[in-house]
Design a binder for this molecule. Structure first.
Ligand SMILES: C[S@@+](CC[C@H](N)C(=O)[O-])C[C@H]1O[C@@H](n2cnc3c(N)ncnc32)[C@H](O)[C@@H]1O
Length: 343
């Protein structure tokens, strides 16, 4: 499978116009600071972008970042500006042609950003097998679906993250398991479709890798327009989704209520009004926001800590956290309900 993918991204595709579907494209409305950062990226690098989401989490100044499957380096060069001169971005990819483009513009970007030395480096390698290192943040954009061993990729990411670090990545998911004959189709696979994980399988392997509570940040439906491809895929639906996975081994396997809350101070750059931890946690600045124990840890034991005030602790457990949609599965005591009604 590695060879098929190398051929697709090294030889078949010369730029994003050659894609046959819109799976490896990004239609997210980009925030102003990302558009400004993109304006500094060389057009040849931009023309070889095959990502399916925005992988620029908050609070990156000074961070050490790894990009799994960096391709021609677009995200690396955007993040290099967000981490600043004190930070560093490493990109890994297995395809020579992609790496050649990425590396060709190292000096161009260093000068464009006005940095004394480049804070970006590219390496040839397989994301299933990475050398010892440690990172604050690991990103990846439309790559893991292409890996024949997705479990190993997530295990590597967990190993390489510092405690409290996060993997923030966009990828393609399917609403069912994909049949082997579609997986063997080089175009469907290369287009980031038939290698996509069934979303429930993704959650299972992410948890097995150590990422106890995966958080969905954003998602969109991938509409397949090309009729021949549409026919082959029949009733399978595809989605592009961005998840954040924290390396926090003390997380509970479910959202638990310890009576805690947080208040966001509004000081995260470009996020002054609200902080979006994930699709279900949009935390308005200045407002008391009740949280489960896991959300608490995602804010208190990570680089987000300085931006929050924390109310409560873990000393008393109040059961399942209702805010996460989980309720007691057992029947209510009907006699009590009747007795109460009588009074
Ligand atoms: C869809 S492209 C995305 C590239 C880049 N992230 C972007 O947004 O433009 C997938 C990239 O992942 C790389 N890739 C796929 N599987 C890989 C693996 N197992 N190890 C290393 N690189 C891989 C390919 O070479 C290709 O450059």
């Amino acid at each position: 499978m590695h060879q098929t993918v190398k051929n697709y991204y090294g030889k078949v595709l010369q730029n994003s116009q050659d894609l046959k579907t819109n799976a490896c494209t990004t239609d997210t409305k980009l925030p102003l600071h990302i558009r400004q950062a993109l304006a500094n990226v060389h057009e040849t690098v931009l023309s070889r972008y095959y990502g399916c989401g925005l992988v620029a989490p908050e609070v990156l100044a000074g961070c050490k970042i790894l990009d799994l499957g960096c391709g021609a380096g677009r995200d690396c060069y955007v993040l290099a500006q967000l981490v600043g001169e004190a930070g560093h971005v490493a990109g890994v990819d297995m395809t020579d042609e992609q790496l050649a483009i990425a590396s060709q513009f190292l000096e161009y970007h260093q000068q464009q950003f006005g940095f004394k030395a480049s804070n970006v480096a590219f390496y040839k390698g397989y994301i299933e097998n990475l050398a010892e290192n440690s990172f604050d943040v690991i990103i990846s954009n439309c790559v893991i679906n292409l890996s024949p061993d997705k479990e190993s990729v997530l295990k590597q990411a967990y190993r390489l993250l510092k405690p409290g670090g996060e993997m923030y990545f966009a990828d393609v998911y399917a609403d069912r398991r994909i049949s082997p004959e579609l997986v063997d189709d080089p175009v469907l696979y290369g287009e980031c479709l038939s290698g996509a994980l069934y979303w429930q399988d993704f959650l299972t392997i992410a948890k097995q890798a150590g990422f106890i509570d995966p958080r969905l940040v954003s998602d969109r439906v991938i509409k397949i327009e090309q009729s021949e491809i549409k026919q082959k895929l029949a009733n399978t639906n595809f989605y592009s989704a961005t998840y954040r996975l924290f390396k926090l081994p003390e997380l509970d396997s479910n959202c638990e209520d310890y009576g805690q809350a947080v208040i966001y101070n509004g000081a995260i750059p470009y996020n002054e009004e609200q902080f979006v931890l994930d699709k279900h946690h949009i935390i308005e600045a200045g407002k008391v926001f009740p949280v489960c124990g896991n959300t608490w840890r995602m804010l208190a034991e990570t680089r987000f800590k300085p931006y929050f005030q924390f109310i409560g602790d873990f000393s008393k457990h109040y059961g399942a956290f209702q805010g996460c949609g989980i309720t007691l599965p057992f029947a209510k005591d009907e006699s009590e309900a009747t007795a109460a009604a009588c009074c």
